[in-house]
Design a protein around this ligand. Structure first.
Ligand code: ACO
Length: 325
């Protein structure tokens, strides 16, 4: 049996920082409202870089920090719901930018669960023995799909990218247990990027191509369904909630994390948090948190740390992977 391992992490966010006070100058909002309801203070907003630009910066960093030649990469998966284009995929653009000429590359669309779904997929590609090495990246330029006249969503999101290098050759499994879920019947509570059908044969217009969200419904979904998913994954792994060292959950809202910690009976300090600096970066939020935690020395990639990664969002999608880092 071949085991996979995360051997490198990297993240990149656009330079331009937009604070809650900055937003209050362009829409009817204020720092107190945003911070008290979400825990968000700042977000990074692209001033021109697209999703593949952010993802390629991460890919280059992963490759150079590992002293690898790009030709040795077997696959690139980019989790995103804000691709530069549907064709070519963001991953194909990254493959070209970094010169990973032997890698196959594709995007994975699962909104804020995208990175966890992609990591689960990549682990299977490696542990099957078919491939040796791949890049798994979450990247979003959410600012381009936001309706900037809708204060209830515009204040929540940010742009960024992060990822991991995953390689064969570990002495223990990367994923101890996992549970990935989707409920398409509730998909309407989070919508984005519709394209109208306007052809000589049909004319169908959709309401809006911008992001729209039923905030309360998503909040309820997050605090009701997601802790059950984490609990079920812990049971599969035969671990108690306290035996996990850190919980790296999708960074949507600090109140969601408070409620999760309470429901699972885990000290809140184990739930790492950085949405105050980045807002909700969708598929990028978990890998940004992972990369920052390693760079800040909270834990290292030495196989000694048990971490829960949990994404939840559009689709609806949600999923947990408990990993050995
Ligand atoms: N500034 C000031 N006031 C605002 C703002 C704003 N930015 N946005 C909304 N309001 C007002 C509303 O108009 C409303 O006013 P009213 O009572 O006069 O009508 C009032 O504030 C309350 O609005 P609610 O939407 O009820 O506020 P709520 O307390 O539910 O908080 C929030 C909204 C923060 C969006 C919350 O519902 C939430 O966090 N939902 C989950 C969102 C989430 O987690 N998304 C991520 C998962 S999906 C993904 O990541 C892609």
């Amino acid at each position: 049996m071949t085991f996979a391992k995360i051997t490198q992490v990297a993240h990149y966010v656009p330079e331009n920082v937009v604070s809650n006070d900055d937003l209050s100058k362009i829409m009817d909002t204020n720092d107190e409202w945003i911070y008290s309801r979400t825990g968000i203070k700042n977000r990074h907003i692209s001033t021109g870089e697209n999703t593949s630009d952010l993802a390629a910066k991460v890919a280059k960093q992963l490759i150079s920090d590992s002293n690898l030649s790009p030709e040795t990469i077997d696959f690139i998966i980019v989790a995103t719901v804000t691709p530069d284009s549907l064709m070519p995929s963001t991953a194909a653009r990254v493959q070209a930018q970094v010169g990973a000429v032997n890698a196959f590359a594709y995007d994975l669309t699962a909104a804020c669960s995208g990175f966890v779904f992609a990591l689960s997929t990549a682990e299977k590609l490696i542990s099957s023995g078919a491939y040796q090495r791949g890049l798994v990246i979450g990247a979003e330029v959410f600012s381009k799909v936001i309706d900037w006249s809708d204060r209830s969503t515009a204040v929540l999101f940010g742009d960024g990218a992060a990822g991991v290098l995953i390689e064969a050759g570990a002495s223990q499994p990367l994923i101890i247990a996992e549970k990935m879920q989707t409920d398409g019947s509730r998909g309407n509570s989070l919508l984005s990027s519709y394209a109208d059908i306007q052809t000589p044969f049909a004319s169908v217009s959709y309401e809006s191509s911008n992001l729209s969200m039923e905030g309360r419904a998503i909040f309820d979904f997050a605090v009701r369904d997601v802790p059950k998913n984490i609990q079920a994954t812990l049971e599969k792994a035969n671990l108690s909630a306290e035996e996990v060292d850190y919980y790296l959950l999708h960074q949507a809202n600090s109140r969601i994390l408070d409620k999760m910690a309470k429901k699972l009976g885990v000290t809140r300090q184990k739930f790492l948090q950085n949405m105050q600096e980045y807002g909700n970066t969708s598929a990028a939020s978990i890998p940004i948190l992972l990369s920052e935690s390693v760079k800040n020395g909270i834990f290292s990639l030495d196989g000694q740390t048990k971490v829960v990664l949990t994404g939840f969002g559009g689709g609806l999608t949600w999923g947990t992977a408990i990993i050995n880092l």
